[in-house]
Design a protein around this ligand. Structure first.
Ligand SMILES: CC(=O)N[C@H]1[C@@H](OP(=O)(O)OP(=O)(O)OC[C@H]2O[C@@H](n3ccc(=O)[nH]c3=O)[C@H](O)[C@@H]2O)O[C@H](CO)[C@@H](O)[C@@H]1O
Ligand SMILES: C=C(OP(=O)(O)O)C(=O)O
Length: 438
């Protein structure tokens, strides 16, 4: 398993361009199954999860052509349903969360879909009820083999209907939208998730011939159509990478320009960093973070300790809370980080505490952080990346620490961040990747 050796204390300087969005890529790639025609996708990030999904599509029988470093064409003329019964299919699906979104398009186009329990970050319970309740509302039959952890849906004649989702699930909404685009009649989805990932998916589906309105809201109306055609699509920059870089610059007292961030699609993210006391400037579509020796966390109006909590979009994405947490360890002031959605995403704070951070883990969902204001430097240590975002939070901590840290299990980071060591080293970081470390 590869590891990173990180020599701390090197400030960053320069420009960095975010990769295409991981979670959007996973939706868009699954949507290519909805048409026998060619779909071209650009700005695809070369990260483990995305490359694995492309490979999975290929194994399913989709013709995949690489057009450029970050552009691929997909043509899903047919699907090899025999392959879907194989161990190989099962193994590949369990490597990533995004594979769950293959089932909605399969159901829409072929009337059946199979999927094993997907993989992804082990960050707490990750139920799939919303997905399958939605398919059932559309008239599909659902079968779950609990021993085998295998989901099956069947429905040759899906019918549009009204549904109120039991939660605003991101992948659940994407799956149901993709299942509904070719259903007979009108589907109304209330309490839909509406992250930019979903907005992008719906826009792409409309370009393919779908009739979806209410995009960017939690009320989607879908008028079913007979068939979808090909299109071209460009992924947005990854807002989680943008947030990670803002946090990294602040914690390492670095000057950084993040290029082409698609500011209008960042939602509340910049404002939340501003509440952490981090200064930045919007320059066209870039974000410039000046070098700053201190940043002071706001309090609430009544003077009480600020809370940073996740919420469905347009609230703050849970995928950035680990970054806010690590950045707070060197802020002036205190903050309560409240991870409402996932119950196992904050345990990595143990490592930060070992490094000298002042954190009290109140319970699995809440951690109070009292910043050092750089009066005390974190100490280097040996750590393991438990999930994508905690992995990057630990990387940020290691980059700011005194001495050389080791981060194991960096595959977790590679799942979501393209060539992170190469790109950060180009800005002045000292990160060495050691492959096949025993
Ligand atoms: C591949 C992909 O796109 N993964 C993202 C997707 O995962 P994913 O689609 O799996 O996550 P969901 O949106 O389904 O739900 C995430 C968690 O939040 C809880 N929940 C969800 C909605 C809600 O209104 N209330 C609530 O408590 C769920 O019970 C679940 O535990 O969305 C998550 C939430 O933004 C992100 O962390 C993941 O990076
Ligand atoms: C939780 C995440 O990913 P996944 O849903 O793919 O596990 C993430 O991107 O932070």
């Amino acid at each position: 398993m590869a590891v990173f050796k990180v020599e701390g204390g090197h400030r960053l300087r320069g420009e960095i361009t975010p990769q295409g969005a991981k979670n959007e890529a996973l939706q868009i790639l699954c949507a290519t199954l909805l048409t026998p025609q060619r779909v071209v996708v650009r700005n695809i990030p070369r990260i483990l999860d995305v490359m694995q999904l492309i490979e999975l599509l290929r194994c399913m029988g989709v013709e995949v052509e690489q057009l450029a470093e970050d552009a691929y064409a997909f043509c899903a003329r047919d699907i090899d349903f025999e392959y879907l019964k194989s161990d190989d299919y099962r193994q590949r699906c369990t490597r990533l969360r995004g594979s769950v979104m293959l089932i909605g398009p399969m159901l829409a186009r072929f009337g059946v879909g199979y999927i094993p329990k997907p993989g992804g970050d082990k960050i707490g319970r990750r139920r799939l009820d919303t997905h399958f309740l939605g398919f059932q509302k559309l008239g599909a039959k659902f079968n779950f083999d609990i021993a085998d952890e295998f989901f099956m849906v069947e429905g040759r004649e899906l019918k549009g209907t009204y549904m109120l989702l039991d939660e605003a699930s991101v992948t659940g909404t994407a799956n149901i939208v993709m299942a509904a685009v070719m259903a007979k009649g009108r589907t109304t989805i209330y309490n839909a998730a509406c992250e930019p990932y979903l907005q992008q998916l719906c826009k792409m589906l409309n370009r393919m011939g779908a009739k979806i309105s209410g995009i960017a809201s939690n009320l989607l109306e879908i008028e079913g159509v007979e068939a979808l055609g090909g299109t071209e699509h460009r992924l947005l920059p990854d807002m989680i990478e943008v947030g990670s870089f803002i946090g990294m610059a602040a914690m390492n007292r670095s000057e950084l320009t993040i290029k082409d961030v698609s500011f209008e699609n960042l939602g509340i993210i910049p404002a939340q960093f501003a509440r952490m006391g981090i200064r930045f400037e919007q320059r066209g579509d870039d974000i410039h973070i000046p070098q700053q020796d201190h940043y002071s966390i706001d309090t609430f109006l009544d003077g009480s300790i600020m809370t940073i909590a996740d919420a469905p979009w347009p609230g703050l994405t849970p995928d950035l809370l680990s970054i806010f947490l690590v950045v707070a360890t060197q802020a002036n002031g205190a903050v309560l980080i409240h991870q409402k959605m996932f119950e196992s995403r904050l345990f990595f704070v143990d490592k930060l505490i070992d490094m000298g951070a002042q954190i009290i883990l109140c319970d699995p969902h809440r951690a109070t952080v009292i910043g050092h204001d750089h009066r005390l430097c974190l100490r280097a240590t040996r750590m393991t990346s438990p999930d994508i975002r905690a992995g990057v939070a630990l990387l940020i901590a290691a980059m700011s620490a005194e001495g050389v840290s080791t981060i194991q299990n960096i595959d977790q980071i590679d799942r979501g961040y393209k060539d992170i060591d190469g790109r950060l080293n180009a800005l002045g970081a000292k990160i060495t990747r050691i492959d096949d470390c025993k």
